[in-house]
Design a protein around this ligand. Sequence first.
Ligand SMILES: Nc1ncnc2c1ncn2[C@@H]1O[C@H](COP(=O)(O)OP(=O)(O)OP(=O)(O)O)[C@@H](O)[C@H]1O
Ligand SMILES: [Mg+2]
Length: 446
Amino acid sequence: MSAAARCSSLHAGVRLPSAFPGRAVDPQHHGQQQLLPAQRPQPRHRRAAPLVAAAEAASLEEQQQQQQQPGSSENGGQPSTSGRGAAPALKVRGAKVVVQDMVKHFETRRGLFKAVNGASVDMEPGTITALLGPSGSGKTTLLRLIAGLEEPTAGRVFFDGEDITGRSVPDRDLGFVFQGYALFKHMTVADNITFGPRMRKMGLDLEAKVEELLQLTELEGLGGRYPPQLSGGQKQRVAVARALACNPRLLLLDEPFGALDPVVRKSLRHGLRDIVRRVGVTTIIVTHDQEEAWDIADHVVIFNKGAIEQHGTPEEVAKEPMSPFVMNFVGDVSHVPASCQLVRKMGFHTDKPFVMVRPSDIRLRTNFEECQSCAPATVHDKANLGKSVRYYLRFDDDVDVDLTVSRKVDEEVYDLGVGQRVFVQVPPAKMMGFDYSDIDATSAGI
Ligand SMILES: Nc1ncnc2c1ncn2[C@@H]1O[C@H](COP(=O)(O)OP(=O)(O)OP(=O)(O)O)[C@@H](O)[C@H]1O
Ligand SMILES: [Mg+2]
């Protein structure tokens, strides 16, 4: 079945309501400290992927100039090649994506570089998965392997149980949004959006498609504008609309909010989450921003040195980190020597030299009688952070940990002064022994 036919067969005839008004924030998905307790590859026939590869190319405008003349009217701008075809619809059946033992080694002058080193993960249809990890850990490379933009050294990608490892990019039914958006600057918004369907000759009603996508991304009336006439947030939404224009079953987003300020990011990510949920497309988003991942993802995948350290729901990963790397990477931690008073008093044993403690797991008492097994400390300093208060605690063996509490909790529970004696308790089950090599994020290298 051709890509166009496959795309067409996904039409469900559903008209979707506008999405960007956003919705109430689920506080459970906020990265606040308190809430985190706070076969052989098939032969590859590579041809240009109209949407993905074009978007990736550096000289995008040259391509567009060959494609068409820009429209001119503010409200027009609809593609001149529009034709009547299948009824436009945005609802798709998201793919179940299985990545199996994916490996990518790059040849460099210094030898083979192991960018992805045996990554396996399943993504359920219509879910949002966030790929998180330090810079250079292999997130973009994994996304490119799933997209077919990189050929794996080993491993498989399955869509709905079908091995698509050898398929060309356009045959994978996916949409891609890059960090820089890679919009065609001399094409109107409408023509940017319909670039993919036109290249694939999908026979869609392009005018209706544009209207539908503009409505979905709250860009109504802007179809005739050019990218330089848009704000950063609007460009981002055009990129999302363009990526959805071929009715992809998998949407890949690489740092899609990277260029935007935090307030715009927050409102856009809620809009994006609502859009992908309504469309039903399986979505993988690479982000550096943990709050973002917690806010929009059904599953998070923590990447380190080309391998997956842990994956699960945001709650599972936050509450039950399975390795020192994940515990250190997700949320706040204090590092203390394994031999310190706090660790010994809590009865925690480890053969590692250091121990991690989450500030959100620290409980304070001001009366020793209430907690004779607690470790005594003194409030060394106190910082007012606006909505929260940070206490710097110093134990009697000069080991420091800090603790941030909301202003409300501080007023109602703690309200401590500098120099005040406190008695500290941390459940030993919440402590984790580590060595610094366990949390080193330096790339695996060669
Ligand atoms: N074509 C290539 N040739 C050689 N090395 C590469 C190539 N592409 C990526 N790498 C290396 O592979 C590693 C992983 O790169 P990747 O872009 O996947 O990281 P990332 O997790 O997306 O990082 P960031 O968060 O900074 O975007 C990096 O060390 C990078 O330098
Ligand atoms: Mg990257």
